[in-house]
Design a protein. Structure first.
Length: 256
């Protein structure tokens, strides 16, 4: 059984003391594909070092996270573009709009999001979307830019069925399902059960959003098993089938 974590920040400072143990534990447990979203210029070196040390397991993206979009965002975007031009990467990400923490730079976030979608299209790459308190703003831009080059993942999907169908109707996106689906009162399980499994991929967002029974602790990519177990329960399927189908879905997005 092979599981895929489509979104994990294993280069985070929270793993500095035991990252090799964490990754080898993943590999030993069949979690062989680990996709690394970038945050900003400060996270690139650590992410690339991890990809260098585990080239068959850790696959880096390149993007500017919306909460890192500040006054200097154009300089950050220039660096993102430089990396996309000089190295093969699996996606542009994570990108999007976040209005949970701060609405000050909404216009800059919108500009950065549009620009990075264009970069993804230019390099024929999928893009991974961070969408927090911003479905309407995200959909406005995607509706405007939608074409047959647009594909990717809505990371940490926690929306309702109407929002899920809006995403699915673009034709090229999967919904990233993480630890929230295991939370008792999230209601996400009720939405997921109404969506065909062909539209889902699994993710941890390590070190954040650890699933039950690890909620409140450091999340790890090995906990993708607990997420897969919950999804298997929702669909009344063997976990092996969920692992295969969601891994196949990830291959459809990332191209390998």
């Amino acid at each position: 059984m092979i599981l895929t974590d489509t979104h994990t920040h294993l280069y985070s400072e929270q793993f500095k003391d035991d990252i090799d143990v964490v990754i080898n534990n993943c590999i030993d447990n069949g979690i062989e594909r680990l996709f690394l979203p970038n945050i900003d210029s400060s996270s690139i070196n650590g992410m690339m070092e991890l990809a260098k040390n585990y080239p068959n397991n850790c696959f880096p993206m390149m993007g500017l996270h919306p909460t890192s979009v500040k006054e200097n965002y154009k300089e950050e975007l220039a660096l993102i573009e430089e990396w996309l031009s000089k190295r093969q990467l699996c996606a542009v990400g994570e990108i999007g709009i976040d209005l949970y923490w701060d609405k000050t730079h909404l216009k800059e976030q919108q500009n950065a999001f549009r620009y990075q979608i264009e970069l993804a299209k230019k390099h024929n790459l999928p893009f991974v979307i961070h969408c927090r308190d911003s479905f309407d703003e995200i959909f406005e831009i995607l509706d405007e830019m939608n074409d047959d080059k647009m594909r990717g993942i809505f990371h940490c999907f926690t929306g309702d069925l109407e929002q899920a169908n809006h995403i699915i109707n673009y034709g090229g996106f999967k919904l990233g399902i993480g630890g929230v689906v295991t939370f008792k009162n999230s209601g996400l399980d009720k939405t997921v059960e109404q969506i065909d499994l062909m539209h889902l991929v699994l993710e941890t967002d390590s070190p954040y959003l650890a699933p039950t029974p690890f909620r409140g602790k450091r999340n790890e990519s090995t906990y993708i098993y607990n997420i897969a177990e919950k999804v298997a329960d929702i669909y009344n399927l063997p976990i092996e089938e969920v692992a295969k189908l969601t891994t196949d879905n990830s291959k459809e997005v990332f191209g390998f």
